[in-house]
Design a protein around this ligand. Structure first.
Ligand SMILES: [Zn+2]
Length: 287
């Protein structure tokens, strides 16, 4: 890697008529010599880009190099900073540093795959003993940077997972794991408190042969998907309230449903209300 050339990204463009008024503001950004020659040379370092878009506290981006069609950016700890224990997150002194670096895939840049290169430290944790450090740009032993996984998951909302993998030069499995990681994070951090109004709907899948039950929160200022269950039976809806728990279910005041038979059945009879599904109060139904 040392033989590779540094990855500077020079942009040089010839402007035929530099005095053209359309270039006024742009021209002011450059010095007189550029104006005189009609050439604008702006050298942008990958390190600068990374510091702008993905600064890492307590770490420094070092040289970026091309290796074939890939860009490798070395990362090192900021001088004097302590690593954090990979198990409990406590700061500790460095026990030793791996000789072989690990590679973390980053968001591709202009079609080039980008990797952060880092030699992991082992930390002398006061609680856990000697442990491999945790790094802020990736979780555990994952080989993708968190920012890249988030990037892939966002694209996966717009395109099929296969298309995302193809466009960004990765695999379907990486895209799948990225989506799962984002969903898991969302599930573990979502708040299900203070939900007062829900909407229950059915969605047909597999050419209309199968159904899913979906439950939305429809409170003013908070509309979101809460839950998805297989089939469209009363048992399915019961699953939602089980997930919510008794206390939070009792707070629900309104349930809106459209053409969903088990839900209509539940609403038609006061004895077959959501209350009868297991939890106290009977919500009002709007159909
Ligand atoms: Zn620890």
């Amino acid at each position: 890697m040392s033989a590779a050339s540094p990855a500077q990204l020079p942009g040089q463009c010839r402007i035929s008529s530099w005095n053209d008024s359309r270039f006024g503001k742009l021209r002011d950004l450059f010095d007189d010599s550029a104006t005189a020659t009609g050439y604008v040379t702006c050298t942008m370092n990958v390190k600068t880009l990374l510091n702008r878009c993905h600064p890492i506290k307590a770490f420094i981006y070092e040289t970026a190099r091309f290796v074939g069609q890939q860009i490798y950016v070395e990362v090192r700890p900021r001088r004097g900073s302590q690593g954090k224990c990979g198990e409990c997150g406590c700061a500790g002194s460095t026990y030793d540093t791996a000789r072989t670096p690990r590679y973390f895939e980053f968001i591709p840049l202009w079609g080039f795959a980008v990797f952060l290169v880092y030699c992991m430290r082992r930390i002398n944790c006061p609680t856990c003993g000697i442990r491999t450090e945790q790094v802020p740009w990736a979780d555990g032993k994952n080989q993708c940077c968190n920012v890249y996984r988030l990037f892939l998951a966002r694209w996966a909302r717009r395109l099929s997972w296969s298309e995302v993998a193809q466009i960004f030069g990765t695999t379907w499995n990486v895209v799948c794991r990225s989506v799962r990681w984002v969903v898991d994070y969302g599930l573990s951090n979502r708040s299900m408190d203070n939900i007062q109004s829900i909407g229950v709907d059915e969605v047909s899948i597999w050419d209309g042969h199968k159904y899913l039950t979906v439950v939305y929160q429809i409170d003013a200022g908070m509309r979101r998907l809460l839950w998805v269950g297989r089939e469209r039976t009363a048992e399915t809806l019961r699953g939602f309230f089980t997930m919510m728990g008794e206390e939070r279910s009792e707070l629900i005041q309104f349930v809106a449903s459209d053409m969903w038979k088990p839900c209509l059945k539940v609403s038609a009879s006061s004895t077959k209300s959501v209350g009868e599904l297991g939890f106290g109060k009977t919500p009002k139904f709007m159909i």
